[in-house]
Design a binder for this molecule. Structure first.
Ligand code: 2U9
Length: 344
């Protein structure tokens, strides 16, 4: 029996040696160490042995079983290690390769322009204020000297929600609300950027939703020359120190007198070209001295306080500054367009 066990051990060890896959190794385990295997068979026959032989053969059988199991374990470890090394060799990573560039976004051109304008006015002492896009008839029209029956209040021109509520058609209600909250107690110096809505058919120069930045400065002794100085600074900051401005008389219900501001054409330097329609000037924004009735409605004494206001469309500013030929580019968000204006 002793020789039988030793022969089985040699046989099993050489089978382990020969096994080249984990599966083959498992088959060897089942064949030699399984319940129906030869070692179990030997152990079953131990009852026939003499009491002296039984412990000796029992110990030998256990040693043989342990030797085979150890050999299998070692072989399995070696196989797994070899497999891992093969995998590592195949999947080697070259850490010196440059990484794949991650596409990084940037601010939208309109955002950049609005922020540039905000920064300039903050530097001139203006506060930036925002307000609701759904407005009451009172703040959108009435408080701005646009009484009932005024053509600008036409249902055809605005997005009405109810008879009394509409999408704001300008950012002026933010200024009217701010002044109303102060009730003439102190000066106001603010700009309000934001989205506005008009019922319009979209084309290269019209959009049913666009952006405005309006400014308001109300204090004692605010004069037209203060307005002109601020607008001149704005024009030179946005379009270059060599730009000239001119003010032309105009009309807005909320300002009196009202003006429109032009800048000298950069393309032809005032000579006249297709960009400025041969005039040498390009219209940039509207402005004026706040109408005394608007001041009064907001709780300011027009005999004590005066103010100037202005309004502009940042899309138009960006279109002129960067030669964008269609306002819809700001809203269709084609990345090929947007990418051109990302600072590196
Ligand atoms: C208050 C009083 C006065 C704001 C003003 C303009 C002139 C103006 C347009 C330019 C192009 C808007 O973007 S646009 O369509 N705006 O010309 N806006 S004065 O005047 C105000 C505002 C608020 C309380």
């Amino acid at each position: 029996m002793k020789e039988q066990l030793q022969a089985l051990e040699q046989e099993a060890l050489s089978k382990v040696e020969e096994a080249s896959t984990i599966k083959e190794l498992q088959d060897v385990r089942v064949a030699y160490l399984g319940k129906k295997g030869p070692i179990t068979e030997v152990l079953r026959g131990m009852g026939k042995l003499s009491p002296e032989e039984r412990p000796i053969i029992g110990e030998l059988a256990n040693t043989v079983r342990a030797n085979i199991a150890n050999a299998m374990e070692e072989k399995k470890d070696a196989m797994e290690r070899a497999e891992l090394e093969k995998q590592l060799a195949e999947e080697q990573i070259d850490v010196t390769l440059p990484g794949r560039p991650v596409a990084v976004g940037g601010p939208h051109l309109l955002t950049s322009i609005v922020e540039e304008i905000e920064d300039l006015f903050i530097g001139l002492g203006f506060e930036v204020r925002e307000g609701p896009e759904v407005e009451t008839d009172y703040y959108n029209f009435e408080a701005l000297n646009l009484p009932k029956g005024h053509p600008a209040r036409d249902m055809q021109d605005s997005f009405y929600i109810t008879e009394d509520l509409l999408m704001r058609t300008h950012t002026s209600p933010v200024q009217a609300r701010t002044m109303n909250a102060i009730q003439g107690a102190r000066p106001v110096k603010m700009i309000c950027p934001g989205k506005v809505y008009r019922r319009d058919t979209d084309d290269a120069t019209h959009s049913h939703q666009f952006t405005q930045i309006e400014g308001l400065y109300v204090d004692k002794n605010v004069r037209m020359s203060d307005l002109k100085g601020v607008l001149d600074r704005f024009a030179k900051h946005m379009f270059g120190e060599d730009r000239e401005i001119r003010l032309r008389p105009s009309f807005f219900p909320f300002t009196e007198p009202s003006v429109e501001m032009d800048i000298s054409c950069k393309v032809c330097n005032g000579e006249g070209c297709s960009v400025c329609k041969k005039t040498g000037w390009i219209e940039i924004l509207g402005a004026g001295m706040v109408h005394p009735r608007v001041l009064e409605m907001a709780g300011y004494d027009p005999n004590e306080y005066s103010g100037f206001a202005f309004g502009m469309g940042p899309e138009r500013i960006a279109m002129l500054k960067y030669g964008v030929d269609d306002i819809r580019h700001f809203y269709t968000n084609d990345v090929r367009f947007l990418k051109q204006y990302h600072q590196a």
